[in-house]
Design a protein around this ligand. Structure first.
Ligand code: ATP
Length: 401
């Protein structure tokens, strides 16, 4: 008895009332994209469940790819069976024998969403439990901590059976919450902020400020590689590389040193906002975490945020560095972020930046310079790169199929 499909549970989508259809459509589209190289799979979606019909394809690789798709709470390789008691028993036994090793314990868990099915949940558990006990020698039940949990879902159209439930990535399907611009430095934090935003359904485009010759090709490559990691999750990310040298040099000449970082951040935000407008985004994402460095005190954020009314999303704002690093390791960006190449902000960092800059002061310092033409020029000269994921790696789950 081999699994012939994958049953997908939506998780949080079930809370979304009227938007449900939109979310399910997005999820279906995202799954299709991730599995586009599997030629004859079929995806069937209903309000409660989605099914991927394998039609002879490699299930282990499909399982592997599904693990990182947002909007999936959990999923199971499964078999579909007609709601005929004898056929169900036969299938349950065959499936169990395939997944059980002598000496292991088991239990049956039934989900009966077809309320017209002639047996109730407990009755199904008992009937199938007895059937397995009668047919598998030495088998024992363990309700609390079984080695094998045979799940039976009795649905309207058929019953489904599985011995595996795999944790999904959770969250909402990418694209279901709209588009936002991620300010992506070469550091540890901003890729994590991008990942968490995608997890809540945001489609992201990345914006990176680059100051050659003070920052090298290798620092640019680092940001491309980080974007590639994010693209692996979403299927593709547009990266906007903003030439920033001219503006940074002007800031050095016109702004008192201890306020130069505040102005730098304000100009980055203004430019990102201009790119956002052109790209129809609705928010800006940063990797800021409260109190982490001088630019991330509340006073600093207040002075920097002054330049725009656009929502600024800061997914890491309350997180500790260790928590951020754990996620960076999970999403495989930590080692890239740790490459020792300079960022435009580290090159121009003042020796003692103001940790509590005042908004009126920074406005005053900037009032002597017309930044508009420089901002327009930077936006005009943005280098736009569409970054696609590399082909995904195959790991784990071979033995399920
Ligand atoms: N060169 C850059 N290009 C684009 N965004 C940047 C750049 N430098 C900083 N940012 C944005 O500003 C945020 C705060 O940057 P800062 O250097 O103060 O903090 P950080 O803790 O080092 O963040 P990160 O680890 O993301 O670099 C970053 O998370 C990022 O969103």
């Amino acid at each position: 008895m081999n699994y012939d499909r994958i049953l997908i549970r939506y998780g949080e989508l079930s809370l979304k009332g009227k938007n449900r259809k939109l979310f399910i459509d997005k999820l279906k589209k995202n799954i299709k994209r991730v599995l586009r190289d599997f030629e004859n799979i079929q995806i069937e979606a209903s309000r409660e469940r989605m099914f991927i019909l394998l039609n002879g394809n490699d299930g282990s690789e499909i399982v592997n790819r599904l693990k990182s798709i947002f909007g999936i709470q959990s999923f199971s390789p499964a078999v579909k069976v007609e709601k005929d008691l004898e056929k169900m028993k036969e299938t349950a036994l065959a499936l169990f024998q395939k997944n059980y090793k002598p000496g292991q314990t088991f239990k049956i868990t039934t989900k009966r969403s077809d309320k017209n099915f002639f047996m109730r949940t407990n009755e199904i558990n008992h009937t199938f439990g007895s059937h397995l006990l009668q047919n598998v020698e030495g088998l024992k039940v363990n309700v609390k901590n079984p080695d094998v949990n045979l799940l039976i879902e009795v649905r309207h159209e058929a019953a489904y059976m599985t011995c595996e439930t795999i944790q999904g990535a959770g969250g909402l399907p990418i694209g279901s919450s709209g588009k936002a611009m991620l300010m992506l430095s070469g550091g540890i934090d901003s890729p994590v902020a991008g990942y968490l935003s995608m997890k809540r359904g945001l489609n992201i485009e990345a914006v990176h400020f680059y100051s050659p010759p003070f920052t090298s090709e290798r620092s640019k490559q680092k940001v491309i590689d980080l974007t590639e990691k994010l693209a692996q999750i979403s299927g593709g990310v547009t990266l906007h590389i903003v030439p920033f040298t001219e503006i940074q040099q002007l800031i050095q000449q016109t702004i008192p040193e201890n306020y130069s970082m505040t102005t730098t951040r304000r100009l980055m935000l203004r430019i990102t906002d201009e790119i956002r407008k052109k790209r129809d985004g609705l928010a800006i994402i940063t990797g800021e975490s409260l109190g982490q460095v001088a630019s991330q005190t509340l006073e600093s954020m207040y002075a920097i945020n002054d330049v725009t009314n656009t929502p600024i999303i800061r997914p890491l704002i309350t997180m500790d560095k260790t928590e951020i690093i754990d996620i960076a390791c999970d999403i495989d960006t930590f080692d890239i972020s740790n490459r020792p190449y300079e960022d435009c902000c580290t090159v121009f960092v003042p020796s003692s930046p103001k940790t509590k800059p005042r908004r009126d002061k920074v406005r005053h310092f900037e009032s002597n310079t017309d930044y508009e033409p420089l901002i327009a020029r930077a936006v005009e000269n943005v280098e736009k790169i569409r970054i696609k994921p590399q082909s995904s790696k195959q790991e784990l789950f071979e033995d399920l199929f």
